[in-house]
Design a protein around this ligand. Structure first.
Ligand code: FAD
Length: 120
């Protein structure tokens, strides 16, 4: 069996920005790659909403579609414009998956994104 510490280390060290949020997208956890991509340290962003990353140029419809999808327990995948701590914009390829509790209700969301500005 795989020790729990190995699961933790694999998320910490995964080469994709990972965040875990509550049901309102308030950030509870970020991994190292999240800091590398966004510029935010855990102490600076834990407790804040994921909207802190928004460049505010992404059409409202994208967020509506995102929430419509994930609140129905489905996985959303798409691209939106994010802004780093230092202000620089980047194109984020983002996947959000709901995490379900033992009753099948949404308890958290997990977000995974990478900077695809160069690939675009
Ligand atoms: P908001 O006021 O947050 O919302 C815009 C619209 O989204 C609302 O009109 C409503 O239709 C819908 N909405 C918002 N909150 C809820 C809710 N709790 N339930 C149902 N519908 C809701 N955004 C980014 O820009 N970049 C990211 O990298 C990013 N990563 C995310 C990762 C995760 C795991 C989650 C759960 C969300 C992420 N978001 C991200 C979305 C983010 O939380 C905001 O909804 C978005 O940035 C828009 O912010 P806003 O302040 O402009 O508008």
């Amino acid at each position: 069996t795989v020790p729990l510490s190995l699961f933790v280390a694999s998320v910490e060290q995964a080469p994709i920005a990972i965040s875990i949020t509550d049901k309102k997208a308030n950030i509870l956890y970020i991994n190292d790659a999240f800091t590398q991509v966004t510029g935010y340290l855990a102490a600076e962003i834990l407790g804040q909403n994921e909207s802190k990353l928004s460049d505010k140029r992404t059409p409202r419809q994208v967020y509506y579609d995102l929430w419509h999808t994930i609140s129905r327990k489905q996985v959303w995948q798409g691209r939106l414009v994010n802004r780093r701590k230092q202000g620089q914009r980047y194109l984020a390829d983002l996947t959000i998956a709901p995490m379900l509790d033992e009753n099948g209700a949404i308890s958290h969301y997990i977000g995974m994104h990478r900077d695809v500005t160069q690939a675009h």
